[in-house]
Ligand binder design. Structure first.
Ligand code: SF4
Length: 462
């Protein structure tokens, strides 16, 4: 998962808006971040591993421009080497410079890369965004207009990408044919903004205009914003008439104050909680979320059943992955660093413990133990999504299927493993009803029906 942003404001610098927007999307990736800016024909690029506040607390020397794209990175395709940080910038003879940042995973990455390498093209890293940009650049060198080069890339690539690109003094927004990852368009007082999540637009006092359509390309310049809808969308999707938005954005990834795929994430999560509550009559004293992504789910559950909502677990927001990962001891203790039980609230209580999803089950097992050790009389787990049984190939870093507890055990086996008194999940149909889904959402990690074909190479990797 990653976050992307693009800003255009004719005749003035946009650095502050890009940084403010990236900061609002830090939850989408803490590994690395970067910004590319253009001031006329002059490009500047700075990217490094670390948080936005660490990398861009001070403006790197020479960075300025009226059009920019930025990125926060969570490594899925390409590992976490610095060469895979984004944006990517290519400036070669025969083509005006282009910079691009993208969110998503390309499913035919290795096949396409091999094709281009066979033609003598070299790659600096192993990241999807570099391949996206490279395809556009090679098409430009062969004489295609920028829009035609983008269309060629869209016909060639399979998978998920929401991308911001800077070239020729313009900002471009490009969305894949299925609109798997979010991307919204916002209007600034004197410019435009594109962002993975709407809080990045809110923080800049922008007005949210709309989300980009599947396959749409928007072109933003001093003349305004023009839209290029994809002419062959349904044919290229093999006849599929609907998008394939990632339902996991609502389950876990997006901020609750984001408006994503037409629905406020907070509202979707409260509906998930109410859905679980409507099918539950387990006697309980308090409802406790595993913060943060399940907080709204727990609230929806508690309100529907009229059971007190309590923060029985408090999360430390300053524990990053870099703090937890150096030693095995810290990894084992990671949950204790991250959560602390509010023991007075838990002691002697029958607890409904709400989490957003179960992937491996290792963390939740430790949390259940922690709640019990704090004195809870009973721990009943309620999960705001269906059982995760399959890997994601479109940009969410789920492990291979064998590591998913839902792939190995049935519901009773999972409950036993987690040592909970009871366990309930949503159904796929339940999740779809909470999202007002009429076929426009991807639920492949729950039901295994992948909306975009996976290349043999990708499946072999899994
Ligand atoms: S497989 Fe799951 S995580 Fe991946 S895009 Fe589909 S819903 Fe999202």
């Amino acid at each position: 998962m990653c976050g992307v942003i693009g800003v255009f404001a004719a005749g003035r610098d946009t650095f502050d808006e890009v940084v403010a927007g990236l900061f609002q999307m830090q939850h989408r990736g803490q590994d690395a971040c970067g910004i590319a800016m253009a001031d006329g024909d002059r490009f500047s690029l700075y990217k490094a591993t670390g948080l936005v506040k660490e990398v861009f607390g001070l403006r790197p020397e020479g960075m300025q421009g009226s059009v920019a794209c930025g990125h926060v990175r969570y490594p899925t395709q390409g590992g976490n080497q610095a060469c895979n940080a984004q944006p990517h910038l290519i400036h070669e003879e025969g083509c005006a410079p282009l910079a691009l940042s993208s969110n998503g995973d390309v499913t035919n990455y290795w096949n396409l890369r091999a094709e281009y390498e066979a033609r003598g093209v070299t790659f600096a890293g192993s990241n999807d965004a570099e391949l996206i940009l490279r395809i556009i650049v090679e098409a430009r060198k062969e004489g295609a207009s920028l829009l035609d080069a983008i269309r060629f890339m869209q016909r060639t690539l399979r998978g998920a990408y929401s991308a911001c690109m800077v070239s020729e003094g313009r900002l471009w927004g490009i969305r894949d044919l299925y609109a798997v990852r979010p991307m919204s368009l916002g209007r600034l007082e004197d410019g435009w903004m594109l962002a993975s999540e709407t809080p990045a637009i809110d923080i800049n006092r922008g007005r949210i205009e709309r989300e980009l359509e599947p396959g749409e390309v928007v072109e933003i310049s001093a003349a305004g914003c023009s839209s290029h809808l994809h002419p062959d969308l349904i044919a290229l999707r093999g006849g599929r008439t609907t998008a394939a938005h990632c339902s996991f954005e609502h389950v876990y990834f997006s901020r609750p104050d984001s408006k994503t795929f037409g629905l406020r994430v907070y509202e979707a999560r409260k509906r998930m909680g109410a859905w679980l509550a409507d099918r539950d009559n387990t006697p309980a004293d308090i409802v406790v979320p595993v913060p943060d992504s399940s907080t709204a789910v727990a609230l929806g559950y508690a309100q529907r059943r009229g059971i007190p909502f309590e923060f029985g677990l408090v999360r430390n927001h300053y524990v990053g992955r870099t703090f937890i990962s150096p030693t095995q001891e810290r990894r084992d203790e990671g949950v204790r660093f991250k959560f602390n039980p509010n023991a007075d609230l838990l002691e002697g209580r029958r607890v409904i413990l709400v989490d957003d999803s179960i992937v491996r089950g290792t963390t939740l097992r430790k949390i259940v133990r922690m709640v019990r050790n704090a004195g809870a009389a009973e721990v009943h787990l309620r999960i705001g999504s269906p059982v995760t049984r399959h890997s994601c190939f479109y940009g969410v870093d789920t492990p291979d299927e064998q590591s998913l507890i839902g792939n190995r055990l049935d519901a009773e086996g999972i409950r036993e493993h987690l040592t909970a008194d009871s366990l309930a999940f949503m159904t796929v149909e339940g999740l779809q009803s909470c999202l007002d889904d009429h076929g426009q959402f991807c639920v492949a990690c729950f039901d295994g029906n992948y909306p975009i074909a996976l290349s043999e190479t990708k499946q072999a990797e899994a």
